[in-house]
Design a protein around this ligand. Structure first.
Ligand SMILES: CC(C)(COP(=O)(O)OP(=O)(O)OC[C@H]1O[C@@H](n2cnc3c(N)ncnc32)[C@H](O)[C@@H]1OP(=O)(O)O)[C@@H](O)C(=O)NCCC(=O)NCCS
Length: 149
């Protein structure tokens, strides 16, 4: 498994993965989210690439996108979005590795704290983040849409 920055040929697989694991919503266009991320912190948009196997459609010659983490640094906090691991690859430490790589890249920029939001109803993710050292902050997040997607 390789962790690297997103590259344009990954786009369809990344969007497909986000749909597959239920991270997309009608009001967030994933392609526009990718476009915007690439204009800000392209090195913080991480892709996990898994090894191909002979059972793959391409005979195992190619490597597949098996995970993502889209991150940003606003000068105060680092934010982690779109953490996703393909269902067939879950439970093998890829999510943990993506978080660790995101944290390392944010820390290298001088970012003192990593943040993330978990949608209500995704309580399963709480155990994962708790195990990765994240604690729930006593805050409510507020949002205001500035541009219609
Ligand atoms: C959450 C997610 C990224 C975890 O990825 P993963 O590669 O399966 O996780 P890992 O294999 O790295 O697991 C790391 C640790 O977390 C634990 N863990 C993983 N998923 C867990 C869960 N749902 N609940 C509790 N613990 C969990 C593992 O047991 C492992 O613990 P260990 O190291 O002590 O054995 C993956 O389940 C996923 O893509 N979920 C759907 C998308 C999603 O909800 N993303 C989060 C958005 S906020």
């Amino acid at each position: 498994m390789i962790l690297r920055a997103f590259a344009e040929p990954d786009r369809a697989a990344v969007v497909g993965l986000w749909h597959e694991v239920g991270l997309t919503r009608p009001w967030n266009d994933p392609d526009k989210d990718i476009d915007r991320a690439l204009t800000t912190w392209p090195d913080l948009f991480l892709v996990a690439e898994g090894g191909g196997t002979p059972e793959d459609d391409d005979g195992g010659g190619g490597r597949a996108v098996v995970g993502t983490a889209l991150c940003g640094y606003d000068g105060h906090r680092g934010w982690i979005y779109y953490l996703a691991v393909a269902p067939s690859a879950q439970g093998h430490g890829i999510g943990r590795a993506l978080i660790a790589e995101a944290e390392a890249r944010l820390a290298a920029l001088g970012c003192p704290k990593a943040m993330l939001m978990v949608r209500r109803g995704n309580e399963r993710a709480h155990g994962f983040y708790g195990g990765a050292g994240y604690a729930e902050d006593d805050v409510a997040t507020f949002g205001k849409r500035l541009i219609a997607d």
